[in-house]
Design a protein around this ligand. Structure first.
Ligand SMILES: Nc1ncnc2c1ncn2[C@@H]1O[C@H](COP(=O)(O)OP(=O)(O)OP(=O)(O)O)[C@@H](O)[C@H]1O
Length: 274
């Protein structure tokens, strides 16, 4: 649990990343604690040539709704494995992910894909835009694949433009990815993730492939999305970026060794290697 002093300090840093025209709202977002995602005793192992490796070891935590939530940890600590579980891409061998009251594990592959299209927008480190499609067409494709976020197909083009405008890419709608900078490509990728209006955005090292100034601006754009009722979960190995979150967990060797702004079962560091 955050102490008041820590909270005030965090607020002052966080506001640097949030459009300051409505700080009252941003405080409410920061202080919102109702869990959108509950992760209960998540454990995952892989077996290769009779050798069993534990990737996640009894992980329990909550992601507060509308939080800017960091999953922090060094290389190999299990961040991407955990992200895949949160997005329903992989299934744990034990434990579960409960999303808005619904257990992900209990669904079929098809149902999960359908669920993901509507509920989760994914942002990758290397953007992963379709190179032969313009920025607008990349966003439109996401609408087509994800069912349009409840909109009729005649409204998809308008929606795609709104998403591009949200990330300040409206003027670049008709450019191909190769005609955009890395930061601009990542903005298009964020617009694509927003296309179907999912409540959650999941980003795997979203600024890891960008210079520090561009990274700062992309991070600010992502942080601002919490003001549009989005829950933004991002993976980072950068402690400074993790410190800007409204809630976070730190992983080491597949266990949570630190948590802030959320409820989590934390394994003391000295027990991780014992
Ligand atoms: N299919 C697999 N078979 C065996 N080991 C695996 C497999 N997938 C992941 N691992 C191992 O599990 C651990 C966690 O991997 P993961 O990719 O989740 O870590 P990470 O924290 O995201 O790392 P990075 O920051 O380098 O991307 C690593 O030690 C990795 O080598």
């Amino acid at each position: 649990m955050l102490q008041t002093k820590d909270m005030l300090h965090k607020l002052s840093i966080w506001e640097d990343y949030i459009d300051m025209s409505d700080t009252h709202t941003s405080h409410n977002h920061l202080l919102s604690t109702s869990p959108l995602i509950q992760v209960e005793h998540l454990t995952h192992t892989v077996t290769a040539r009779t050798q069993q490796t534990t990737l996640l070891n009894d992980i329990t935590f909550r992601v507060p709704a509308k939080s800017l939530f960091a999953i922090n940890g060094p290389s190999g600590s299990g961040k991407s494995t955990l992200l895949n579980m949160l997005a329903g891409i992989d299934q744990p061998i034990r434990g579960c992910v409960i999303f808005d009251g619904r257990e992900l594990k209990a669904q079929s592959e098809n149902a999960l894909a359908h669920w993901r299209g509507r509920n989760v927008g994914i942002i990758f480190q290397f953007f992963q835009l379709i190179p032969t499609l313009t920025a607008l067409e990349n966003v439109l494709l996401a609408l087509e694949l994800g069912g349009g976020g409840g909109l009729r197909s005649k409204d998809w083009r308008g929606r795609a433009h709104v998403c591009l405008d949200t990330v300040e890419m409206g003027p670049f709608a008709h450019r191909l990815p190769a005609e955009l900078s890395g930061g601009q490509q990542q903005r298009v990728a964020i617009a694509r993730a927003l296309a179907n209006d999912p409540p959650v955005l999941i980003a795997d090292e979203p600024t890891g492939n960008l210079d520090s100034i561009t990274a700062h601006s992309i991070f600010k754009t992502m942080a601002n999305l919490t003001r549009q009722e989005k829950t933004v979960i991002y993976v980072t190995h950068d402690p400074q970026l993790a410190s800007l979150a409204s809630a976070r967990i730190d992983l080491l060797d597949g266990q949570i060794v630190h948590a802030d702004g959320t409820t989590a079962i934390v394994t003391p560091l000295k027990e991780v290697h014992s």
